[in-house]
Design a protein around this ligand. Structure first.
Ligand code: GLA
Length: 371
């Protein structure tokens, strides 16, 4: 058992005086390439990270205890804008899907940094859903659990996110990224062995807090939908470069990002399959430029990191997740990680930006039942 899972068990025993019946955990994610494409029916390429949410669960009447918030909430409840919305959303979505849940109690703990764009919310949804599925013997397919978690997020928590985060949390495998076709929902493991090429996946959390509900995320979705309508298409996934001449203004810019980004994901997967990390890196720079100039979701901090990554010899760098703050990633030689971190810390301090938080992740396992 991982340490985080063991802690969920220890707290369960201490609070409820017995052993949990089920222990499950689920990871956060970084997206390597393919941003804002998921809700346009396009392609994404996330991988799971070594940060997880663990849920220990059993039959009982003692409610849901968040170790991180030191707070107990009932098994179900209305939306409140607080942590319990995620497990409550999952319970709601399972019941909407026809499941009849018994009285259960749980302890929940996580080490995915919240509000950083590393999908702490998908991790808590996925861990809760998988634990409940196991406790109740529901045998719901992973792909359907992901859809159920997305429904919890869209309809209960009321954030209009796409399918990427929940899919990544439930379906990623250790050592691989996951190519998802967000229209057909088919997915494919893409081996990602940066270490044997002497490379690291460095993550810079700019610590500019972002909350999807409070940002332009829903606005971007609306613009994309309008652009597709103008083109007479179901989704921007179907748009081509030629179609762009029929658009203007923000619809043109957003659509151009989606069309080119989808192409970059497919080119990126081809590059990874031949271990061509240099080619993959080029696509990352281009993705960042497109997110900055066309989709307009970058921030000065994310741009400054990407600029420093270029100066520091990274193969590629880009913002990851929704943007509007949060994290950026770089693929860089292991020996250059420390000097890039030093350079960025220095640059950020001169510009009076917050000191970033740093992580080096390797592609981790998706959600697992460990007991
Ligand atoms: C957030 C959403 C995802 C996806 C990304 C942008 O992480 O939850 O569904 O849209 O933004 O790629």
């Amino acid at each position: 058992m991982r340490q985080i899972e063991q802690r969920a068990v220890d707290f369960y025993r201490a609070r409820f005086g017995e052993n949990p019946e089920v222990v499950a955990s689920a990871p956060g994610r970084v997206n390597l390439i393919g941003e804002h494409t998921d809700y346009n029916g396009g392609y994404v390429l996330p991988c799971a990270i070594d940060r997880r949410v663990a849920v220990a669960l059993g039959h009982g009447e003692s409610g849901l205890y968040s170790i991180d918030h030191n707070d107990t909430q009932p098994q179900t409840g209305p939306r409140t804008g607080r942590w319990a919305d995620y497990p409550h959303g999952v319970v709601w979505a399972l019941e909407q899907a026809g499941a009849r849940l018994p009285a259960f109690q749980a302890t929940i703990i996580g080490d995915v940094p919240p509000g950083a764009g590393l999908s702490s919310s998908a991790a808590i949804e996925a861990a809760t859903a998988l634990a409940l599925d196991t406790l109740c013997g529901l045998n719901i397919a992973r792909t359907d659990l992901a859809l159920l978690c997305q429904r919890a997020e869209n309809e209960f928590v009321q954030v209009q996110s796409g399918i990427m985060d929940q899919y990544a949390s439930l379906l990623c495998q250790v050592g691989s990224a996951l190519l998802i076709d967000c229209r057909s929902l088919a997915s494919e493991q893409v081996p990602l062995d940066l270490a044997s090429a002497g490379l690291s996946l460095l993550v810079c959390d700019t610590r500019v807090k972002r909350r999807l509900t409070a940002t332009g995320y829903n606005d971007r979705r609306t613009i994309c939908t309008r652009a597709a309508e103008h083109l007479g298409l179901a989704q921007l996934r179907d748009a081509t470069l030629d179609d762009l001449s029929r658009l203007s203004g923000e619809e043109l810019r957003c659509a151009r990002h989606i069309v080119t980004e989808n192409a970059r994901v497919l080119a990126g997967v081809a590059a990874l399959r031949r271990d061509d990390f240099a080619a993959f890196g080029e696509l990352m720079w281009a993705s960042h430029a497109s997110l900055r100039d066309d989709f307009a979701v970058s921030t000065v901090e994310l741009d400054a990191f990407v600029e420093q990554a270029r100066l520091g010899g990274a193969l590629g760098a880009r913002l990851t997740g929704a943007g509007f703050g949060g994290c950026a990633i770089a693929i860089i030689e292991q020996g250059n990680v420390q000097s890039l971190m030093d350079a960025v810390n220095q640059d950020f301090s001169e510009r009076a930006y917050r000191t970033p938080a740093w992580y080096v992740f390797s592609p981790a396992a998706g959600a697992e039942v460990v007991r």
